[in-house]
Design a protein around this ligand. Sequence first.
Ligand code: SAH
Length: 357
Amino acid sequence: MNLTERLHRRIATQGPITLADYMTACLLDPAEGYYTTRDPLGAAGDFITAPEVSQMFGELLGLALAQSWLDQGAPAPFLLAEPGPGRGTLMADILRATRAVPGFHDAARLCLIEASPALQAVQAATLRDHAPSWVDRMDDMPDLPLFLVANEFFDALPVRQFRRDGPAWREVMIALRDDALTFGLGPSAPVAALAHRLEDTAEGDVVEICAPAAAIAAEIGQRIETRGGVALIFDYGDWRSLGDTFQAMRGHGHADPLADPGKADLTAHVDFEALATSTPSAHSLLTPQGVVLERLGITARAQRLAEGLTGSARDAHIAAHRRLTHPAEMGSLFKALAFYPRRAAPPPGFEAAGNRP
Ligand code: SAH
């Protein structure tokens, strides 16, 4: 039975499933999951990410990480970690940019968290000179100071959706109608995790919660607070989730998320407030990606790289700079949040959120 048939049978026998169950099946099914079976990135794939747009993204993040590492006394050894590393491009750029930082490479233990065997193979090839190791879960990482980057990882984690119904909520479910997948609503019930959302939502509003994201943020923050380190988290989303942001991307355009299970990327916007309130470490102000990259010096770096380029390569480079930073492109939709120890200063490019003791 293929994935679509298995989903139909599951719903027919067990009843409607949550969005989170549907996302998990479509993205990570061992035989037909979207991520498990393919490399979806790049021009020939379904979407493109900041590190695939330009090497500048990883270079600047690498130098920010290395500066934080120096500021925290250059702990050795330390974990250089990335969940959801895609093709390994971001990590390769980080490693190239930090080559000249004395002691950084010697002290780094490269640890990747990747659910997709297909992408793990690509990462192994990209990073073969750096002896990466892989773990399945954050809490399997060695207990060391943690310097972590995550780009477009949290948006891939499964969300549940709830529609406001008076003082309660109805969960958005995926059901079967006329032998086709369709959205439906579960029964009205109170949801403890959404008690605080009764204050800022109106009848019919949709909110999303991502339990794995909060658990992962808590794990990362706990390690940073006790062992030192920093986490730089880039993704699309906002401070507080409001509205239906569940979407499917296929061939660089929007698709029907129920049409072809396993064939499209399914994501939801990241609720950065939920990450920030889960971490026991300090967190920065949530900052637009374009602003962080400007603060880290992307314009100077772009000009320097442009000197060596002519013709269409130069045009592409200028377009990539704009794409990463301009508010009409990735500059504002994408945001960045940093975690850092309460006793330390925020990393370069970030400001304290004012919640430190
Ligand atoms: N960071 C990369 C890739 C982003 S795509 C970039 O910016 O180009 C999302 C990545 O997260 C993929 O590598 C995907 O396989 C991985 N991923 C998705 N869900 C995951 C999960 N639950 N656990 C670990 N990795 C996951």
